[in-house]
Design a protein around this ligand. Structure first.
Ligand code: NAP
Length: 300
């Protein structure tokens, strides 16, 4: 491939379906990399702020899908993906779909079968960073399933983050995703519970973070949690980059993956229950850190 050819491959037209906080980050990053980017979302107007970057909103899913050779989708879950794309009839036939929502390996296998029945080339995947880190150095995207799709569209995938191919089994991406996220949630929960424990003696989260983060927390989470310590003290948890509802969905996928894989389920179930409790207490639209409100109180 010549330099010119590889430059044009990097700027291949792309469609993004699903414009929650993550889909918006994907679309914005693809536009920044020079891709002609068409978007569709159930609730219109979500990409209005990307108009100056040249985003192309489509009126229907079918119109969005046929605007580009590859569609990247980042909806709430697999059921939503089936519902959205089945509403577009045969529009995806002969095209490429890259799915980046969270879920379980069984669901990823079902999605690969669903795509094959419809003549769609399918790659499953998972995003290992929050929306502000999409496109930044060190942002890891996991992929599994069709090696051909991965190789052919690698340059486009690389515009969003570092693409890692895990193997032909379509469930591997979400299996790694749930395993890594379980580690992340368990670490954050340990930190928040420890903060509530010293908080019972009047120690602020900012004060505790100074010691706790250097002592234990891994490089990937430490700076984020240190920056968010004032949020814990203020008791306000903006959910604009991802809501507790979205995180409960991910915790549900972790618990179900543990069941599917025949490994012990108590730990993921407990984390799911704690997040569900925070939502029942009215924090569903806030960030994940709002589970701190559960840890601060004795009653449960
Ligand atoms: P989300 O709340 O999980 O998903 C929102 C998207 O799903 C919106 O486009 C929403 O459309 C759409 N949607 C939900 N129900 C629908 C339905 N019945 N029909 C059509 N569309 C529907 O938000 P997100 O944070 O962008 O996450 C998307 C995926 O990325 C999730 O699977 C999540 O696990 C994963 N992820 C998120 C993060 C993060 O930090 N945010 C990080 C890594 C991975 P409307 O706008 O119309 O509601």
């Amino acid at each position: 491939m010549t330099n010119d050819q590889s430059a044009s491959a990097r700027q291949a037209p792309v469609t993004v379906v699903g414009l929650g906080p993550m889909g918006l980050a994907l679309a914005g990053t693809l536009l920044d990399h020079g891709h002609r980017t068409t978007v569709w979302n159930r609730t219109p107007g979500k990409a209005d702020h990307l108009a100056s970057k040249g985003v192309r909103p489509a009126a229907t899913v079918a119109e969005a899908v046929t605007a580009s050779p590859v569609t990247i989708t980042c909806l709430k879950d697999y059921d939503t993906m089936f519902e959205v794309f089945d509403s577009a009839g045969d529009a995806l036939r002969g095209r490429v779909l890259v799915n980046l929502n969270s879920g379980t390996p069984k669901e990823a296998h079902a999605a690969a079968g669903w795509a094959a029945e419809r003549g769609v080339s399918y790659l499953d995947g998972a995003i290992m960073v929050p929306p502000p880190m999409v496109g930044q150095p060190g942002s890891v995207f996991l992929y599994s399933g069709s090696r051909e799709v991965f190789d052919e569209h690698r340059a486009t995938l690389a515009s969003m983050g570092d693409p890692r191919y895990l193997g032909a089994d379509p469930g591997l991406g979400v299996l790694y995703n749930t395993a890594l996220l379980e580690m992340m949630y368990a670490t954050i929960n340990g930190y928040l519970h420890a903060t509530a424990l010293v908080g019972s003696a009047g120690v602020s989260a900012v004060e505790f973070a100074e010691l706790a983060i250097g002592w234990f927390l891994p490089a990937a989470l430490g700076p984020m949690l240190a920056a968010e310590a004032p949020v814990l003290d203020e008791g306000d948890y903006p959910g604009d980059l991802g809501t507790l509802e979205m995180n409960l969905n991910a915790l549900e996928h972790i618990a179900r993956t543990a069941e599917e894989r025949g490994v012990h389920t108590d730990q993921p179930r407990l984390m799911r229950e704690i997040a569900a409790r925070a939502i029942a207490d009215g924090h569903g639209g806030k960030s994940y850190l709002a589970v701190y409100e559960v840890f601060k109180n004795a009653a449960s």
